[in-house]
Design a protein around this ligand. Structure first.
Ligand code: AMP
Length: 119
């Protein structure tokens, strides 16, 4: 984390400074329910480190950790829905990223192809 940046809301969840509905935790990853779900199942899978702002940075610096994020998404989809899931990494403000601490949205249940993007 740079000296000027604020602690992210997800780091506060990792440090138990604010509450969350946590569904998974390991040494390097935490997952919890999105506070404003956009699908019947909507979980966030978050590397605990605040070193990476988005998936591009994570993939370049620690591909093994990105692979752990994906494996966790599959495990949670198996546990919380049919095992099929949509994985979204918003990357940049103009596409809706609001928290600049890399995270995967894991969504499932009742989604259709037409629900991707607008509409
Ligand atoms: P993004 O727009 O990709 O940066 O996603 C940030 C997500 O974090 C949004 O879907 C928010 O609803 C979610 N969110 C923000 N604050 C919290 C929180 N305290 N607990 C759970 N989810 C949160």
């Amino acid at each position: 984390m740079s000296e000027t940046s604020q602690k992210s809301i997800f780091s506060m969840i990792v440090d138990r400074e604010i509450p969350a509905d946590i569904v998974f935790e390991s040494d390097r990853i935490i997952a919890f329910r999105d506070i404003a779900p956009k699908a019947p199942v909507h979980l966030l899978v978050v590397p605990k480190t605040a070193d990476y702002r988005n998936v591009t940075e994570l993939a370049a610096a620690d591909p093994a950790l990105l692979a752990e994020v994906v494996a966790t998404a599959q495990q949670l989809a198996n546990e919380h829905t049919s095992g099929e899931y949509r994985l979204v990494f918003n990357t940049g403000e103009s596409v809706g990223q609001t928290v600049f601490h890399v995270h995967a949205h894991v969504m499932g249940g009742g989604l259709t192809e037409g629900s991707l993007g607008l509409g």
